[in-house]
Design a binder for this molecule. Structure first.
Ligand SMILES: [Zn+2]
Ligand SMILES: [Zn+2]
Length: 433
């Protein structure tokens, strides 16, 4: 009989990679909170209708959702992204009465049924920030800054920022007509995917990566050249904001993002080396039409999300190498059943003194216990053997210097903490049991 394997497209995050994950999760929370974003936790599943209304039924997101009927007959879906849920929560909890914009961030697993490949999982993790309730273009600039700062604090390899404006409900229809007309004229030179998309989702045609389509799509009409006055002002103000922040963002007229609810600003972070839209690290944009799509009153919003697996893939190797696994200060080894009880008591005492402590369990050779101590990164090993037990004392060995000394039980904690000196973790309160 073999152990049942994890489902395709899922992954275990093992202890060896956890320090890197923790680094990224900590930086995400810090960066968001330092700019005034507060944490929101949203459910892992929602009513299917929420996502259908938000993303449209014919999008990749809708097609790739994990949807099921629960025992009560409700249609539910595992969340494919976070934005729709955050908007739902905004309305459901009456956040409209708070000062606007309401700034929220989330982190957690998202689910998409797609073909697993490098860096793409059916269960993957996202960090996202949403600012709801303001049309201000400078808010868009500040979110691009926030996302850049997050990547910098994660020590990512060099990346570039691409921006575009795809207009709004006022100017986009006319632009789409011009675009469709152009694409129809060149349909014969486009790939099969592009030809299919011309009528269904013309904006997404611009996203095509097929080599032979590139010259046609590069020469296609540009949304930024077809903006109405409102969108034009918004676009100019966005770029003014980026300029004062010293952010270099290049116009990519073919940048449209994958979801239908985007309006006006869209942006993406792309690795400098080997960069293409397939390797986008993360992106965001404005979605002034989303609130109404899910049944809310007209409410503008802007935000970004970034897949954390992608972030991890883009962290510089030098930085990743210097993150060590979690370690303990002290490892308590013992020989004999009675010594193990004493080791357990001593471990508790050392923990109360603020040390990070682990001990061996079961009846094992001293050699294998020493090996385990080394593996846990311990600086000190406290050994309680038969002789020591009789004398109510323990041997403390400093693994860095190789020096060791024998001290009575009462003095172990004091001696150990003195040896660890300043590099010990901060002491726990003294009145702990
Ligand atoms: Zn194509
Ligand atoms: Zn417009």
């Amino acid at each position: 009989m073999t152990v049942i394997a994890s489902p395709r497209g899922t992954q275990d995050i093992l202890p060896a990679s956890w320090p890197l994950w923790r680094h990224v999760l900590d930086r995400a929370a810090e960066t968001a909170e330092s700019s005034g974003y507060e944490r929101i936790e949203i459910p892992t599943f929602e009513q299917t209708a929420l996502f259908m209304h938000a993303t449209g039924e014919h999008t990749d997101v809708a097609r790739e959702m994990y949807t099921f009927e629960d025992r009560g007959g409700e249609r539910l879906s595992l969340r494919p992204e976070g934005t729709a849920s955050v908007f739902r929560a905004y309305f459901q909890h009456g956040m409209r009465v708070q000062p606007q914009p309401v700034k929220l961030y989330y982190m957690g697993p998202m689910f998409r049924y797609e073909r697993p490949q490098a860096g793409r999982f059916r269960e993957h993790h996202q960090f996202g920030c949403e600012a709801i309730g303001s049309e201000d273009a400078l808010l868009d600039s500040s979110l691009i800054r926030l996302q850049r700062d997050f990547y910098r604090s994660c020590h990512l390899r060099p990346f570039t920022i691409q921006i575009n404006s795809i207009g709004d409900t006022e100017c986009r229809p006319a632009f789409l007509r011009t675009l469709v007309e152009y694409l129809r004229k060149h349909a014969g030179e486009l790939c099969a995917d592009c030809r299919q998309r011309i009528e269904r989702n013309p904006l997404r045609v611009l996203d095509c990566k097929v080599e032979s389509c590139q010259p046609i799509l590069d020469a296609a009409p540009r949304a930024v050249n077809a903006l109405c006055d409102g969108c034009r002002n918004h676009w100019n103000r966005l770029r003014e904001g980026l300029e004062v922040l010293g952010i270099d963002a290049a116009l990519n007229p073919r940048l449209v993002r994958g979801l239908d609810y985007y309006t006006r600003t869209v942006w993406e972070f792309v690795p400098e080396v080997g960069g293409s839209a397939q390797s986008t690290i993360g992106g965001g944009g404005r979605y002034d039409a989303l609130a109404q799509a899910i049944g809310g009153s007209p409410t503008p919003g802007v935000g970004f999300s970034t897949g954390l697996e992608r972030v991890l893939l883009n962290i510089s190797d030098d930085f990743a190498a210097q993150l060590g696994r979690s370690a303990v200060d002290i490892f308590v080894a013992h020989l004999g059943l009675e010594a193990e009880v004493e080791a357990l008591r001593l471990t508790g005492e050392l923990l109360c003194a603020g040390c990070r402590v682990d001990m061996a369990f079961g009846n094992r050779s001293l050699k294998s216990q020493m090996k385990q101590a080394d593996g846990r990164g311990a600086r000190l090993v406290v050994v309680i053997g038969d002789n020591e037990l009789a004398l109510r004392s323990a041997t403390i060995r400093d693994l860095r210097t190789g020096e060791q000394q024998t001290v009575v039980f009462e003095n172990v904690t004091e001696t150990a903490t003195a040896l660890l000196g300043g590099q010990r973790t901060s002491p726990a309160s003294n009145d702990a049991p």
